[in-house]
Design a protein around this ligand. Structure first.
Ligand code: ZN
Length: 116
């Protein structure tokens, strides 16, 4: 990843030190299958850096990306800050789950039918 974009991107920061950047947060469109129907929603993707970047020090010219985690994965993961060793937990599914609950709440009314 090129450092030229780095300043403008939304950063996923270390809990212990805001200068430590563990990755980049990006809004992406996700798809999911619900009741046989494809639904689309926006979620957050995190681009993880292999080595955390300390913005108080020198930002590497080429930042090595370890992987991409998408919000559509309804699971969490922990990632360690290579600057100070603090672990941070990412809950990518929270946003997607909230969306699904909201949708389910609306759909549950379909079952309520009047008799007669
Ligand atoms: Zn840190």
């Amino acid at each position: 990843m090129d450092r030229s974009n780095f300043e403008n991107l939304k950063k996923w920061k270390c809990d212990a030190n805001e200068s430590h950047v563990l990755g980049i947060l990006k809004r992406v469109e996700a798809k999911a299958q619900v009741d046989g129907e494809t639904i689309r929603y926006h979620t957050t993707q995190v681009i993880l850096f292999r080595e955390a970047v300390d913005v108080d020090r020198e930002i590497p010219n080429d930042i090595e990306v370890a992987g991409y985690i998408e919000g559509s994965l309804l699971m969490h993961m922990t990632w360690k800050c290579t600057c100070c060793g603090t672990t941070k937990t990412w809950h990518p599914g929270e946003e997607a789950l909230a969306w699904l609950y909201e949708r389910h709440g609306k759909n549950s009314r379909i079952g309520e039918q009047r008799n007669g």
